[in-house]
Every structure is written in structure tokens, then in C-alpha cells.
Design a protein around this ligand. Structure first.
Ligand code: PLP
Length: 368
């Protein structure tokens, strides 16, 4: 297999002489069907399929190692996975410390129909929760705690009990981790984050190892209607071309920030799975291919986070992560069950020296 950079810049590209090197988004909502004796066309209607989706799905599917189905958002993708995995009389197992809307969606839409929802911490006992379940969703590294669990080990238990295993791979990206070869049945991700990478797209995808499961997920998309916009899909495909480059800088910046933060008295509970002393490192270094820019630490209070953001010139206060600019999000404001001062920081693509100096200066300003 070629390297990550080669695969990213070539993703979704083919082309005969005279064809554009870069095709634009196909925005048409409907397609010429021809007359009754003409052969059937691949594209019929914009909710069912679209050439721009297919280019994106081929590119991401190749990186994930399966059959990709693009969705309008990460949550649209997660909703499809829940609907694909729910069975009468069987439970669904979700991470208690993962992306909060996945839990809320299951509680609001599935629990009222009698579906048992079991929640397990990412570092908790998954094997005990799986018997009787039809679907298990992992999120590793988890958002925002950056805890890690062993995909291969949990996949074995899920398979033994006839449960589908889905892994939310948003934080890692397809370059950072490939859950399908580790035994997962589905990968689900928000491509709003590092995969598209420029903070200008909301998008998601599901990738399945099994083509029949992918067909089912595609039908769920057509029927549910949570279809991606061709323009967004095209922008994400364009962003994907530089994913390798961006991840490399983001991970280098995160590593440098982690070293700097470790030497500062203010931040507590610093976590980054790529740090050899991190509790997640032993499993992360086995199952992840490379690191990324997302880290977290805790300041003494919500007010201290506010002063940190005020004092920094480079760290923007935004939710979401994986963009070009370094950003920070105080997760307790969204209701995550975390300390008031917990900051999820997404290292961007700034120059490392500038970023480290800015963050240390802002911490010094808070520390007084
Ligand atoms: C952002 C995020 C989602 C939701 O994705 P959207 O594109 O915002 O709908 C799901 N899972 C994780 C881990 C996320 O970070």
C-alpha cells in the first residue's frame, strides 16, 4: 500500500485525456432518464445518488478499507447506524463518555419503544454489557475525554454474541485508525472535523466492511433523506487531499503543546493518547496508525478558561475541532459530565513555535 500522503492527494481522482483533473460538484437534483428503450441510467434523482457523492465515497472508503456511504452530518450517520443495528428485544450499548448527542438520540428515539440502552465508559467493562445486544458503538479516542478502548478485543466479544460493532472514528480520522481491519463491522464519523478540515462543511459517513450492510445503510439514507449536499461533499473531497499534511502539522503541534503544558503549573489532567506516559498510550499505540491534534487539560475554573482564551491571540474559542486554526472548547458549557475547567484543545496548522509561545503566554497571564 502507498503512503498516506500519496493516497490522500490521489483520492477520488481518475480521468481520461481531456477530462478535468478536478471535477466540480454535480448539483443537479434530477437526471435525464432517456426514453423507455434506452438503458437505465445510474443517476436518477439527487436523494438516491450523485456522482460527487460517489467520488467522495470511493476516496474515503479506500482509506477506511470498506464501502462508504456519505451522510449530511456525523449525527445523520450515527442515526443511520442506530437504525441499522436496532432489533426487537435486543439492547444497544453506547459509550457513556462519548459524543453526547448519540446518547440523547438513543434515549429520545429508541428507549420509548422499549429498546434497552446500556452505557459503558470507554475504559469500562464492555464484555459484560454486550450479551443480549444487537449493536455496540465505541468511540475511541473518545470525545472529549480522549480515553481509548481495545477495538480488536471488543470486536471478538461482539462477534461471539451476534452484535454489530460500530466505531466512531471522528477523532482519529481514517489515517489515524482503521477499525474495520481490527474487526469492527462499521465505521461512523463526523467529517465536519479533521477529515474535511477547513471548518466550512458539515458532513458525515458510514463505512462498512460488508457490501450488503453498506447497501442497507445506503437505503436508510435514501429513505431517511439525510443526504449530503453535493457542494459540501465536493469541499470535503477537496479537503481530504491535504489530510495527511494537516494531520502531520496538527500532531506535531499537539506534541509540542503537550510538552510545554507538562512544564506549566496550571493545567491539570493533561491527556493526549500519543504521549507515552498517557494511560491510553499502550492500547492507542497498538491500534492507531498515527496521532492527531486533539488534546485536553483542565484549568482551575470556568473563569480561568475565559481568561486563558482572552489572553491568547492564536487559540480561537469555538466548538468542533480538526480545523486549520487552533481552537479550544470548554466542554462543560454543552453539558458534558466533565469538570467546569476542562478544555478540549484542537491544535491547528500554525507554526509550532508561535503556537507554543502563545499558549504558554496565555497560561502565564491566567496564573498571574
Ligand atoms: C462532532 C461529532 C459528532 C457529530 O457530528 P456532526 O457532523 O456535528 O453531526 C459525532 N461524533 C463525534 C465523536 C464528534 O466529534
Amino acid at each position: 500500500m502507498t503512503g498516506d500522503g500519496t493516497r490522500c492527494v490521489g483520492a477520488g481522482e481518475g480521468g481520461a485525456p481531456g477530462e478535468p483533473v478536478r471535477s466540480g460538484p454535480v448539483l443537479s437534483s434530477t437526471f435525464h432518464l432517456g426514453l423507455p428503450h434506452d438503458p437505465p441510467t445510474r443517476d436518477l434523482y439527487g436523494r438516491a445518488d450523485n456522482p460527487t457523492w460517489r467520488a467522495y465515497e470511493e476516496a474515503v472508503g479506500e482509506l477506511d478499507g470498506g464501502h462508504c456511504v456519505a451522510f449530511a452530518s456525523g449525527m445523520a450517520a450515527i442515526a443511520a447506524v442506530l437504525r441499522a443495528g436496532v432489533r426487537p428485544g435486543r439492547a444497544i450499548v453506547l459509550p457513556s463518555d462519548g459524543y453526547y448527542l448519540a446518547r440523547l438520540l438513543a434515549a429520545d428515539e429508541l428507549a420509548p419503544f422499549g429498546v434497552e440502552i446500556r452505557e459503558v465508559a470507554t475504559v469500562g467493562d464492555w464484555a459484560a454489557a454486550i450479551p443480549g445486544a444487537s449493536l455496540v458503538l465505541l468511540e475511541t479516542p473518545s470525545n472529549p475525554g480522549l480515553e481509548v478502548c481495545d477495538i480488536r478485543a471488543i470486536a471478538e466479544v461482539a462477534r461471539a454474541h451476534g452484535a454489530l460493532l460500530a466505531v466512531d472514528n471522528t477523532t482519529a480520522t481514517p489515517l489515524g485508525q482503521r477499525p474495520l481491519p481490527l474487526g469492527a463491522d462499521l465505521v461512523v464519523a463526523s467529517d465536519t472535523k479533521a477529515l474535511s478540515g477547513h471548518s466550512d462543511v458539515v458532513l458525515g459517513h458510514v463505512t462498512c466492511g460488508d457490501v450488503l450492510l453498506a447497501d442497507r445503510v445506503r437505503r436508510l439514507r435514501t429513505q431517511g433523506g439525510a443526504v449530503p449536499g453535493p457542494m459540501e461533499t465536493w469541499l470535503a473531497l477537496r479537503g481530504l487531499g491535504t489530510l495527511d499534511l494537516r494531520l502531520e502539522r496538527q500532531a506535531a503541534n499537539a506534541h509540542a503543546l503537550v510538552q510545554a503544558l507538562l512544564g506549566h503549573p496550571l493545567p491539570a489532567d493533561l491527556r493526549w493518547p500519543g504521549l507515552p506516559s498517557d494511560p491510553a498510550y499502550p492500547i492507542a499505540s497498538r491500534q492507531m496508525r498515527r496521532w492527531n491534534g486533539v488534546l485536553r487539560f483542565t484549568l482551575p475554573s470556568a473563569d480561568a478558561v475565559g481568561r486563558f482564551l482572552d489572553a491568547s491571540r492564536l487559540v480561537v474559542s469555538t466548538t468542533s475541532f480538526g480545523g486549520l486554526r487552533t481552537s479550544a472548547d470548554r466542554r462543560a458549557r454543552w453539558g458534558d459530565a466533565v469538570p467546569e475547567g476542562l478544555v478540549r484543545l484542537s491544535a491547528g496548522c500554525e507554526d509550532t513555535d508561535d503556537l507554543v509561545a502563545d499558549v504558554l503566554g496565555a497560561l502565564d497571564a491566567v496564573h498571574g
